[in-house]
Ligand binder design. Structure first.
Ligand SMILES: *Cc1c(COP(=O)(O)O)cnc(C)c1O
Length: 427
Protein backbone atom coordinates (compact mmCIF):
# COMPACT_ATOMS: atom_id res chain seq x y z
CA UNK A 1 0.00 0.00 0.00
CA UNK A 2 1.46 3.34 -1.09
CA UNK A 3 0.66 6.28 1.22
CA UNK A 4 3.28 8.87 0.27
CA UNK A 5 0.76 11.64 -0.49
CA UNK A 6 -1.03 11.03 2.82
CA UNK A 7 2.32 11.30 4.60
CA UNK A 8 3.24 14.55 2.82
CA UNK A 9 -0.09 16.20 3.53
CA UNK A 10 -0.16 15.08 7.15
CA UNK A 11 3.42 16.26 7.71
CA UNK A 12 2.44 19.72 6.41
CA UNK A 13 -0.77 19.67 8.49
CA UNK A 14 1.21 19.12 11.69
CA UNK A 15 2.92 22.49 11.19
CA UNK A 16 -0.39 24.23 10.60
CA UNK A 17 -2.79 22.69 13.11
CA UNK A 18 -2.22 21.12 16.56
CA UNK A 19 -1.42 17.47 15.90
CA UNK A 20 -2.29 18.02 12.26
CA UNK A 21 -6.02 17.49 12.77
CA UNK A 22 -9.26 19.29 13.56
CA UNK A 23 -10.33 16.60 16.07
CA UNK A 24 -7.88 14.44 18.12
CA UNK A 25 -8.83 10.81 17.43
CA UNK A 26 -8.26 11.33 13.68
CA UNK A 27 -4.51 11.49 14.32
CA UNK A 28 -4.23 7.69 14.95
CA UNK A 29 -2.27 8.31 18.20
CA UNK A 30 -3.63 5.23 19.97
CA UNK A 31 -2.92 2.83 17.11
CA UNK A 32 0.30 4.44 15.92
CA UNK A 33 1.34 4.95 12.34
CA UNK A 34 0.29 7.60 9.86
CA UNK A 35 -3.34 8.58 9.48
CA UNK A 36 -4.82 8.32 6.00
CA UNK A 37 -5.77 11.57 4.28
CA UNK A 38 -9.11 11.22 2.49
CA UNK A 39 -9.77 12.45 -1.02
CA UNK A 40 -13.47 11.53 -1.38
CA UNK A 41 -16.18 9.30 0.02
CA UNK A 42 -19.07 7.45 -1.60
CA UNK A 43 -21.50 4.78 -0.35
CA UNK A 44 -19.63 2.33 1.89
CA UNK A 45 -16.24 3.42 0.55
CA UNK A 46 -13.57 6.03 1.09
CA UNK A 47 -10.62 6.86 -1.19
CA UNK A 48 -7.38 8.34 0.08
CA UNK A 49 -5.17 10.89 -1.67
CA UNK A 50 -2.90 8.09 -2.96
CA UNK A 51 -5.82 6.39 -4.71
CA UNK A 52 -6.29 3.52 -2.23
CA UNK A 53 -9.91 2.42 -1.68
CA UNK A 54 -11.23 1.22 1.70
CA UNK A 55 -14.47 -0.24 3.02
CA UNK A 56 -15.40 2.27 5.72
CA UNK A 57 -16.76 1.38 9.17
CA UNK A 58 -16.45 4.86 10.66
CA UNK A 59 -19.02 6.65 8.51
CA UNK A 60 -17.66 10.08 9.46
CA UNK A 61 -18.22 8.97 13.08
CA UNK A 62 -21.91 8.20 12.64
CA UNK A 63 -23.74 10.57 10.30
CA UNK A 64 -23.27 8.48 7.11
CA UNK A 65 -25.94 5.87 7.97
CA UNK A 66 -27.40 5.98 4.44
CA UNK A 67 -23.92 5.70 2.95
CA UNK A 68 -21.57 8.55 2.11
CA UNK A 69 -22.63 11.16 -0.45
CA UNK A 70 -26.08 9.64 -0.94
CA UNK A 71 -27.38 10.92 -4.30
CA UNK A 72 -30.76 12.00 -2.86
CA UNK A 73 -29.09 13.93 -0.03
CA UNK A 74 -26.69 15.59 -2.48
CA UNK A 75 -29.41 16.63 -4.93
CA UNK A 76 -31.60 18.02 -2.11
CA UNK A 77 -28.57 20.00 -0.91
CA UNK A 78 -27.84 21.31 -4.41
CA UNK A 79 -31.40 22.60 -4.68
CA UNK A 80 -31.28 24.19 -1.22
CA UNK A 81 -27.90 25.77 -1.92
CA UNK A 82 -29.35 27.99 -4.65
CA UNK A 83 -31.60 29.64 -2.06
CA UNK A 84 -28.68 30.55 0.18
CA UNK A 85 -26.70 28.86 2.92
CA UNK A 86 -27.87 30.59 6.09
CA UNK A 87 -30.88 32.79 6.87
CA UNK A 88 -30.48 33.78 10.53
CA UNK A 89 -34.27 33.97 10.48
CA UNK A 90 -37.07 31.42 10.79
CA UNK A 91 -37.13 28.91 7.94
CA UNK A 92 -39.92 26.41 7.16
CA UNK A 93 -37.40 23.56 6.91
CA UNK A 94 -36.85 23.80 10.68
CA UNK A 95 -40.51 22.94 11.19
CA UNK A 96 -40.20 19.93 8.90
CA UNK A 97 -37.19 18.45 10.70
CA UNK A 98 -38.60 19.36 14.13
CA UNK A 99 -41.83 17.52 13.33
CA UNK A 100 -39.91 14.47 12.12
CA UNK A 101 -37.81 14.41 15.31
CA UNK A 102 -40.86 14.89 17.56
CA UNK A 103 -42.77 12.12 15.75
CA UNK A 104 -39.84 9.73 15.99
CA UNK A 105 -38.34 10.19 19.47
CA UNK A 106 -40.74 9.27 22.32
CA UNK A 107 -39.41 11.79 24.87
CA UNK A 108 -39.32 14.80 22.53
CA UNK A 109 -42.33 17.13 22.52
CA UNK A 110 -40.31 20.22 21.59
CA UNK A 111 -36.84 20.59 20.14
CA UNK A 112 -34.07 23.22 19.77
CA UNK A 113 -31.54 22.87 16.94
CA UNK A 114 -27.86 23.63 17.52
CA UNK A 115 -24.68 22.93 15.50
CA UNK A 116 -23.02 19.95 17.20
CA UNK A 117 -23.48 17.23 19.75
CA UNK A 118 -21.20 19.10 22.14
CA UNK A 119 -23.44 22.14 21.94
CA UNK A 120 -26.56 20.02 22.47
CA UNK A 121 -25.10 18.42 25.61
CA UNK A 122 -23.79 21.63 27.19
CA UNK A 123 -27.15 23.27 26.56
CA UNK A 124 -29.12 20.37 27.98
CA UNK A 125 -26.98 20.50 31.11
CA UNK A 126 -27.86 24.18 31.59
CA UNK A 127 -31.50 23.27 31.10
CA UNK A 128 -31.34 20.43 33.65
CA UNK A 129 -29.98 22.90 36.21
CA UNK A 130 -32.38 25.70 35.26
CA UNK A 131 -35.43 23.47 35.52
CA UNK A 132 -34.57 21.74 38.80
CA UNK A 133 -32.74 24.60 40.52
CA UNK A 134 -30.04 22.03 41.43
CA UNK A 135 -26.38 22.04 40.36
CA UNK A 136 -24.99 18.52 40.58
CA UNK A 137 -25.26 15.98 37.80
CA UNK A 138 -24.35 12.32 37.48
CA UNK A 139 -22.50 11.01 34.44
CA UNK A 140 -20.96 7.60 33.84
CA UNK A 141 -17.30 6.64 33.50
CA UNK A 142 -16.41 6.26 29.84
CA UNK A 143 -19.46 8.12 28.53
CA UNK A 144 -18.70 11.07 26.25
CA UNK A 145 -21.01 14.05 26.06
CA UNK A 146 -18.90 16.42 23.98
CA UNK A 147 -15.96 18.51 25.12
CA UNK A 148 -17.67 21.10 27.35
CA UNK A 149 -15.83 21.62 30.67
CA UNK A 150 -18.49 20.08 32.90
CA UNK A 151 -18.35 16.76 31.06
CA UNK A 152 -14.57 16.32 30.86
CA UNK A 153 -14.46 13.88 33.72
CA UNK A 154 -13.88 10.23 32.84
CA UNK A 155 -15.02 11.09 29.35
CA UNK A 156 -14.27 8.04 27.21
CA UNK A 157 -12.68 7.52 23.84
CA UNK A 158 -11.01 10.77 22.78
CA UNK A 159 -9.67 11.46 26.24
CA UNK A 160 -9.01 7.79 27.04
CA UNK A 161 -7.22 7.33 23.76
CA UNK A 162 -4.78 10.09 24.60
CA UNK A 163 -4.39 8.90 28.18
CA UNK A 164 -5.47 12.22 29.63
CA UNK A 165 -7.19 11.59 32.97
CA UNK A 166 -8.82 14.96 32.58
CA UNK A 167 -7.91 18.10 30.65
CA UNK A 168 -5.86 21.04 31.86
CA UNK A 169 -7.79 24.28 31.52
CA UNK A 170 -10.91 22.82 33.09
CA UNK A 171 -11.43 24.61 36.42
CA UNK A 172 -12.04 22.34 39.41
CA UNK A 173 -15.07 24.47 40.26
CA UNK A 174 -16.66 23.47 36.93
CA UNK A 175 -16.34 19.73 37.39
CA UNK A 176 -16.90 19.65 41.15
CA UNK A 177 -20.63 19.36 40.48
CA UNK A 178 -20.10 16.43 38.09
CA UNK A 179 -20.48 13.14 39.97
CA UNK A 180 -19.48 9.90 38.25
CA UNK A 181 -20.54 6.28 38.56
CA UNK A 182 -19.53 3.10 36.71
CA UNK A 183 -21.84 2.28 33.78
CA UNK A 184 -24.44 -0.43 34.50
CA UNK A 185 -24.08 0.12 38.27
CA UNK A 186 -27.44 1.14 39.76
CA UNK A 187 -26.19 0.76 43.34
CA UNK A 188 -23.49 3.39 42.74
CA UNK A 189 -26.15 5.77 41.41
CA UNK A 190 -28.39 5.15 44.41
CA UNK A 191 -25.45 5.86 46.73
CA UNK A 192 -24.74 9.19 45.00
CA UNK A 193 -28.36 10.25 45.40
CA UNK A 194 -28.28 9.24 49.07
CA UNK A 195 -25.07 11.24 49.67
CA UNK A 196 -26.40 14.32 47.86
CA UNK A 197 -30.05 14.68 48.83
CA UNK A 198 -32.04 17.25 46.81
CA UNK A 199 -28.85 18.43 45.08
CA UNK A 200 -28.76 16.34 41.91
CA UNK A 201 -30.37 17.93 38.84
CA UNK A 202 -30.25 14.74 36.84
CA UNK A 203 -28.48 11.80 35.28
CA UNK A 204 -27.06 11.90 31.75
CA UNK A 205 -25.85 8.85 29.85
CA UNK A 206 -25.31 7.16 26.53
CA UNK A 207 -28.20 4.65 26.59
CA UNK A 208 -25.94 2.36 24.56
CA UNK A 209 -22.30 3.34 25.04
CA UNK A 210 -20.24 3.96 21.93
CA UNK A 211 -17.47 6.10 23.37
CA UNK A 212 -15.62 3.46 25.38
CA UNK A 213 -16.21 0.88 22.70
CA UNK A 214 -19.64 -0.68 22.21
CA UNK A 215 -21.30 -1.40 25.59
CA UNK A 216 -25.04 -2.07 25.74
CA UNK A 217 -27.03 -1.45 28.94
CA UNK A 218 -27.59 -4.50 31.19
CA UNK A 219 -31.19 -5.66 31.52
CA UNK A 220 -32.98 -3.32 33.93
CA UNK A 221 -30.30 -0.60 33.97
CA UNK A 222 -32.22 2.03 31.99
CA UNK A 223 -35.48 1.15 33.79
CA UNK A 224 -33.67 1.43 37.13
CA UNK A 225 -32.33 4.88 36.28
CA UNK A 226 -35.83 5.97 35.27
CA UNK A 227 -37.17 4.93 38.69
CA UNK A 228 -34.30 6.39 40.74
CA UNK A 229 -34.45 9.78 39.01
CA UNK A 230 -38.22 9.97 39.36
CA UNK A 231 -38.03 9.08 43.04
CA UNK A 232 -35.47 11.83 43.66
CA UNK A 233 -37.08 14.62 41.65
CA UNK A 234 -34.19 14.54 39.17
CA UNK A 235 -34.22 14.48 35.37
CA UNK A 236 -33.12 11.58 33.18
CA UNK A 237 -31.29 12.59 30.02
CA UNK A 238 -30.38 10.23 27.19
CA UNK A 239 -27.47 11.46 25.10
CA UNK A 240 -28.54 9.93 21.79
CA UNK A 241 -26.10 11.91 19.67
CA UNK A 242 -24.71 8.55 18.51
CA UNK A 243 -27.67 6.18 18.99
CA UNK A 244 -30.45 8.47 17.73
CA UNK A 245 -31.84 7.20 14.40
CA UNK A 246 -29.00 4.64 14.38
CA UNK A 247 -29.97 1.73 16.62
CA UNK A 248 -33.65 2.36 15.83
CA UNK A 249 -35.54 5.17 14.12
CA UNK A 250 -36.71 6.42 17.54
CA UNK A 251 -33.29 5.82 19.13
CA UNK A 252 -32.40 3.72 22.17
CA UNK A 253 -35.44 5.01 24.05
CA UNK A 254 -37.81 3.42 21.54
CA UNK A 255 -35.69 0.27 21.29
CA UNK A 256 -35.64 -0.27 25.08
CA UNK A 257 -39.00 1.31 25.91
CA UNK A 258 -37.63 3.71 28.52
CA UNK A 259 -38.56 7.36 28.08
CA UNK A 260 -36.19 9.98 29.51
CA UNK A 261 -37.17 13.59 30.26
CA UNK A 262 -34.70 15.11 27.82
CA UNK A 263 -32.70 13.85 24.85
CA UNK A 264 -29.73 15.13 22.89
CA UNK A 265 -29.21 14.35 19.21
CA UNK A 266 -26.57 15.01 16.55
CA UNK A 267 -24.64 13.01 13.94
CA UNK A 268 -27.40 11.24 11.90
CA UNK A 269 -29.92 14.11 12.13
CA UNK A 270 -27.47 16.35 10.27
CA UNK A 271 -26.97 13.89 7.41
CA UNK A 272 -23.28 14.86 7.31
CA UNK A 273 -23.68 18.57 7.97
CA UNK A 274 -23.04 20.16 11.38
CA UNK A 275 -26.21 19.70 13.46
CA UNK A 276 -27.15 18.89 17.02
CA UNK A 277 -30.43 19.14 18.89
CA UNK A 278 -31.89 18.84 22.34
CA UNK A 279 -35.50 18.27 23.20
CA UNK A 280 -37.92 16.74 25.61
CA UNK A 281 -40.96 17.43 27.75
CA UNK A 282 -42.79 20.61 26.78
CA UNK A 283 -42.81 22.00 30.34
CA UNK A 284 -39.02 21.68 30.50
CA UNK A 285 -38.32 22.94 26.96
CA UNK A 286 -40.54 25.96 27.64
CA UNK A 287 -37.75 27.25 29.88
CA UNK A 288 -35.52 27.81 26.83
CA UNK A 289 -35.23 31.42 25.55
CA UNK A 290 -37.12 33.18 24.14
CA UNK A 291 -40.07 31.11 25.47
CA UNK A 292 -38.43 31.11 28.91
CA UNK A 293 -35.45 32.51 30.85
CA UNK A 294 -32.72 29.92 30.06
CA UNK A 295 -30.45 31.54 27.48
CA UNK A 296 -29.05 29.59 24.53
CA UNK A 297 -28.55 30.82 20.96
CA UNK A 298 -26.70 30.18 17.68
CA UNK A 299 -25.90 32.21 14.55
CA UNK A 300 -26.00 29.22 12.19
CA UNK A 301 -28.47 27.08 14.17
CA UNK A 302 -31.28 25.63 12.03
CA UNK A 303 -29.64 26.76 8.79
CA UNK A 304 -31.38 25.55 5.62
CA UNK A 305 -28.52 23.36 4.37
CA UNK A 306 -28.19 21.37 7.58
CA UNK A 307 -31.97 21.04 7.90
CA UNK A 308 -32.19 19.79 4.29
CA UNK A 309 -29.53 17.11 4.76
CA UNK A 310 -31.22 16.00 7.99
CA UNK A 311 -34.70 15.85 6.48
CA UNK A 312 -33.57 13.85 3.45
CA UNK A 313 -31.57 11.43 5.63
CA UNK A 314 -34.52 10.78 7.94
CA UNK A 315 -36.80 10.30 4.91
CA UNK A 316 -34.45 7.60 3.63
CA UNK A 317 -34.50 5.96 7.08
CA UNK A 318 -38.33 5.87 7.10
CA UNK A 319 -38.44 3.33 4.27
CA UNK A 320 -39.70 -0.07 5.41
CA UNK A 321 -37.07 -2.70 6.15
CA UNK A 322 -34.23 -0.23 6.62
CA UNK A 323 -33.39 -1.14 10.23
CA UNK A 324 -33.82 -4.87 9.54
CA UNK A 325 -31.27 -4.51 6.74
CA UNK A 326 -28.84 -2.64 9.03
CA UNK A 327 -29.31 -5.22 11.77
CA UNK A 328 -28.66 -8.11 9.40
CA UNK A 329 -25.58 -6.72 7.73
CA UNK A 330 -24.03 -5.69 11.07
CA UNK A 331 -24.74 -9.06 12.66
CA UNK A 332 -23.15 -10.82 9.71
CA UNK A 333 -20.05 -8.68 10.27
CA UNK A 334 -19.73 -9.04 14.04
CA UNK A 335 -20.63 -12.75 14.14
CA UNK A 336 -18.07 -13.34 11.40
CA UNK A 337 -15.35 -11.36 13.17
CA UNK A 338 -15.96 -13.15 16.48
CA UNK A 339 -15.88 -16.57 14.83
CA UNK A 340 -12.62 -15.80 13.00
CA UNK A 341 -11.05 -14.44 16.20
CA UNK A 342 -12.05 -17.66 17.97
CA UNK A 343 -10.62 -19.86 15.20
CA UNK A 344 -7.35 -17.94 15.18
CA UNK A 345 -6.98 -18.05 18.97
CA UNK A 346 -7.68 -14.45 19.91
CA UNK A 347 -10.04 -13.97 22.86
CA UNK A 348 -12.60 -11.27 22.01
CA UNK A 349 -15.85 -9.90 23.37
CA UNK A 350 -18.26 -8.04 21.14
CA UNK A 351 -21.74 -7.40 19.88
CA UNK A 352 -24.00 -5.16 17.84
CA UNK A 353 -27.36 -3.45 17.83
CA UNK A 354 -28.65 -2.43 14.46
CA UNK A 355 -25.97 -0.33 12.72
CA UNK A 356 -23.60 -0.06 15.69
CA UNK A 357 -21.04 -2.69 16.73
CA UNK A 358 -17.91 -3.28 18.73
CA UNK A 359 -15.20 -5.84 19.39
CA UNK A 360 -12.83 -5.82 22.38
CA UNK A 361 -9.62 -7.84 22.49
CA UNK A 362 -10.49 -9.40 25.83
CA UNK A 363 -12.16 -12.71 26.61
CA UNK A 364 -14.04 -11.30 29.61
CA UNK A 365 -17.48 -9.66 29.36
CA UNK A 366 -17.44 -5.85 29.10
CA UNK A 367 -20.13 -4.04 31.11
CA UNK A 368 -18.31 -0.79 31.81
CA UNK A 369 -15.22 1.26 31.08
CA UNK A 370 -13.03 -0.58 33.63
CA UNK A 371 -13.82 -3.85 31.82
CA UNK A 372 -13.12 -2.23 28.44
CA UNK A 373 -9.70 -1.08 29.64
CA UNK A 374 -8.65 -4.72 30.15
CA UNK A 375 -8.51 -5.09 26.34
CA UNK A 376 -5.18 -5.79 24.68
CA UNK A 377 -4.61 -2.34 23.17
CA UNK A 378 -1.37 -3.35 21.53
CA UNK A 379 -3.11 -6.18 19.73
CA UNK A 380 -5.90 -3.86 18.66
CA UNK A 381 -3.35 -1.44 17.21
CA UNK A 382 -1.75 -4.22 15.14
CA UNK A 383 -5.18 -5.46 14.05
CA UNK A 384 -6.17 -1.93 13.02
CA UNK A 385 -3.02 -1.40 10.94
CA UNK A 386 -3.35 -4.84 9.35
CA UNK A 387 -6.97 -4.22 8.36
CA UNK A 388 -6.06 -0.81 6.95
CA UNK A 389 -3.45 -2.43 4.74
CA UNK A 390 -6.12 -4.90 3.58
CA UNK A 391 -8.38 -1.98 2.56
CA UNK A 392 -10.63 -1.93 5.63
CA UNK A 393 -11.01 1.39 7.47
CA UNK A 394 -11.86 0.86 11.16
CA UNK A 395 -12.04 3.50 13.89
CA UNK A 396 -8.46 4.09 15.08
CA UNK A 397 -9.16 3.27 18.74
CA UNK A 398 -10.26 0.24 20.76
CA UNK A 399 -12.57 2.63 22.61
CA UNK A 400 -14.77 3.55 19.65
CA UNK A 401 -17.86 1.77 18.34
CA UNK A 402 -18.01 0.80 14.68
CA UNK A 403 -20.74 1.82 12.26
CA UNK A 404 -22.33 0.22 9.23
CA UNK A 405 -24.64 1.86 6.69
CA UNK A 406 -27.34 1.05 4.18
CA UNK A 407 -24.62 1.08 1.53
CA UNK A 408 -22.72 -1.88 3.04
CA UNK A 409 -23.49 -5.00 1.00
CA UNK A 410 -23.06 -8.66 1.89
CA UNK A 411 -20.13 -8.65 -0.53
CA UNK A 412 -18.49 -5.82 1.45
CA UNK A 413 -18.91 -7.79 4.65
CA UNK A 414 -17.53 -10.96 3.04
CA UNK A 415 -14.49 -9.02 1.83
CA UNK A 416 -14.02 -7.55 5.31
CA UNK A 417 -14.13 -11.01 6.87
CA UNK A 418 -11.61 -12.33 4.34
CA UNK A 419 -9.30 -9.49 5.35
CA UNK A 420 -9.85 -10.25 9.04
CA UNK A 421 -8.92 -13.88 8.43
CA UNK A 422 -5.60 -12.85 6.93
CA UNK A 423 -4.84 -10.27 9.63
CA UNK A 424 -5.92 -12.32 12.66
CA UNK A 425 -4.07 -15.41 11.42
CA UNK A 426 -0.84 -13.42 11.38
CA UNK A 427 -1.33 -11.40 14.54
C1 LIG B 1 -20.16 12.48 19.13
C2 LIG B 1 -20.84 12.58 20.43
C3 LIG B 1 -21.00 13.82 21.09
C4 LIG B 1 -20.38 15.09 20.58
O1 LIG B 1 -20.88 15.48 19.34
P1 LIG B 1 -19.99 16.47 18.42
O2 LIG B 1 -20.90 16.74 17.26
O3 LIG B 1 -18.76 15.73 18.08
O4 LIG B 1 -19.73 17.70 19.24
C5 LIG B 1 -21.74 13.84 22.25
N1 LIG B 1 -22.29 12.73 22.76
C6 LIG B 1 -22.14 11.52 22.16
C7 LIG B 1 -22.79 10.32 22.76
C8 LIG B 1 -21.40 11.40 20.99
O5 LIG B 1 -21.23 10.20 20.43
Amino acid sequence: MKTTKSEEIFAAAQKLMPGGVSSPVRAFKSVGGQPIVFERVNGAYVWDVDGNQYIDYVGTWGPAICGHAHPEVLSALQEALLKGTSFGAPCALENVLAEMVIDAVPSIEMVRFVNSGTEACMSVLRLMRAFTGREKIIKFEGCYHGHADMFLVKAGSGVATLGLPDSPGVPKSTTSSTLTAPYNDLEAVKALFAENPDQIAGVILEPVVGNSGFIPPDAGFLEGLRLITQKNGALLVFDEVMTGFRIAYGGAQSKFGVTPDLTTLGKVIGGGLPVGAYGGRKDIMSMVAPAGPMYQAGTLSGNPLAMTAGIKTLELLQKPGVYEQLEQVTKQLIDGLMAIAQETGHPVYGGSISAMFGLFFTGDPVHNYEDAKKSDLNKFARFHRGMLEQGIYLAPSQFEAGFTSLAHTEADIAKTLEAAKVVLSNL
